[in-house]
Every structure is written in structure tokens, then in C-alpha cells.
Design a protein around this ligand. Sequence first.
Ligand SMILES: NC(=O)c1ccc[n+]([C@@H]2O[C@H](COP(=O)([O-])OP(=O)(O)OC[C@H]3O[C@@H](n4cnc5c(N)ncnc54)[C@H](OP(=O)(O)O)[C@@H]3O)[C@@H](O)[C@H]2O)c1
Length: 285
Amino acid sequence: MKIAITGATGQLGSIVVEQLKNRVSADHIVALARNTEKASALGVEVREFDYSKPEILTGALQGIDRLLLISGSELGRRAVQHINVINAAKEAGVTWIVYTSLLHLETSSLNLAGEHLATEKALKESGIDYTLLRNGWYSENYTASIPGAMGGGAFLGSAGDGKIASAPRADYAEAAAIVITDEDNKGKTFELAGDTYYTLSDLAGIISEQSGKTIPYNNIPEDEYANILKNIGLPDGLALGLASWDVSASKDDLFDDSHELSKILGRPTTPIVESVKMALDLASV
Ligand SMILES: NC(=O)c1ccc[n+]([C@@H]2O[C@H](COP(=O)([O-])OP(=O)(O)OC[C@H]3O[C@@H](n4cnc5c(N)ncnc54)[C@H](OP(=O)(O)O)[C@@H]3O)[C@@H](O)[C@H]2O)c1
């Protein structure tokens, strides 16, 4: 039995590979990567795999039984890329695809939903057994802003009082490794999020408490937030994306109380206080 992981060189994928190595022998694991040199440190078989090169995908999937398709990072190109992968998986005889989708996909206002909807549709039409890991927000999406907030004296955002039930990448990665190693998970859809929620005001309070410096939360309009992000050097698309995702957060699109992630893990999800502590330690602020 061979399990392949796309995006294996990414932040989520590399933790999935580590987690899988704790569960199955390394010779059952194949890392699929567009940069094979970057993947060589993973300690498993590596095959070249670029979602935008359909001509190499079927060959790379030969002998693969289970495929973890980690959604790509090139926004706007992903639906076509993911469909390339699903078509190749069908041709190569892959029997089960586990896909990292988006929390509450059918109702989400996040502008990321369209590409995930197209991918889920293609999976349904492929005839291959599939499982959906509808991942909520990574805690790191917000803790990455801690150094900027400490420097600027305030945590900025447009999420209002939206409830955010995030979990760190490591929790989602561990869940992916658990799910793909148990065939009973075929055909299931999991809505995955942190056990507890916080608002960005709560988050600013946690940062203040842990750092000893008062960091208020300043809620600002979407266009103002996007402009600030552009002015600090973020690419336009990312700045607009981050601001719009906060507006979706204000509508509770990042909230979930199903506890499906902790049920898979068999332990509580990692609380935001721990992620903040880790981020403060890393930033040494
Ligand atoms: N839930 C959330 O909060 C959240 C946040 C951000 C992203 N995401 C989604 O979750 C995915 C995994 O997250 P992450 O943090 O691991 O992201 P990441 O570190 O950016 O990793 C993305 C992975 O996808 C690979 N990739 C991108 N385009 C590809 C292509 N054309 N062909 C083959 N591989 C390609 C990248 O390869 P390289 O290593 O060569 O770049 C990398 O391995 C992201 O790609 C995105 O779809 C979710």
C-alpha cells in the first residue's frame, strides 16, 4: 500500500509526512513535490509533481493507492490544477483521494470557496472514493501578525466580533495523517476547527497578557486595512485577500463547534494561548 502526499514540501504537507512516518513505514509514503530537491530532506520516496504539468502527473501516481491532495497555493489557478490531479489519479488507478477543503464550504462567504467547490465537484464526478477535510483557519494566520502588532502598538483587522475557531497547522496535519491511514474514513466529510473560539479583541488581550505590553485591537474598515497591508509591502492580491477574509471572519465563517478535529485527534485541539506563546517566543518580543 502506498500513500502519496501532494504539497509535501509545504508547511502543512511536511508535518503530514512526519506524522505518517509515526504510523506507517516510510517505504509506504511518497512525497510529491514540484521542487524535488526541497523534498529530499523528508526521508521518503520523492516524485516530481507539478499541478500545472498534466503530462507528468499520471506517471508520478503509478502504484499509488491513497492520495492526500493538499490544495495548492496559487490562488485563481487552483481549480484547474486540482482537476489535473484528479484526472491523473483516475488514469493511474488511485483508489482514494483525501482533499484539504474549506470549513463549511457550501455556506462560506470566503472568496476562496469557489476553487474548493470546483474541486469537490470534480472529486464527486471522478468516481474515485474520496474524503473531505474541510479545514478551518490556521492559528498561524493570525499569530503571524504578532510581531507587526507589537511593533505598531495595536492589532489591526476587520473581523469585528467574529468568532474564530482556529487550530495550528500541526493539528490539521496530524488529523490528515490519522484519516488517510484508516479506510473507514472513505466517503466522509469532516468540518475541522479548533475546540474553542476567540475574537480578535480576545486575541489582542492574550497577546497583551503574555507580552506584558498593552496591545489593543483596532477594528478598521476593509479597504483601510487592505491599504495598510499594501503599504507595509504585501502584494496587492494578498492584502485584499487578508482584508476580505477578515470580513468573512466577522460573519462567523471561521467558527465551528462540531469538535470533529479533536474527535479525530483523540485530544483537545491546541488552544490559541499556546500558539501565541510560541509566536512570541519565536519573535523574541
Ligand atoms: N486553512 C488555512 O488557514 C489555510 C491558510 C493558508 C493556506 N491554506 C491552504 O492549505 C494549503 C496548505 O497550506 P500550507 O500552509 O502548507 O501552504 P504552503 O506552505 O504554501 O504549501 C503549499 C504547498 O503546495 C505546493 N504547490 C503549490 N502550487 C503547486 C503546484 N503548481 N504544483 C505542485 N505543488 C504546488 C507548494 O510547493 P512549493 O513547496 O514548491 O512551493 C507547497 O508544497 C495551501 O496551499 C492552501 O491551499 C489554508
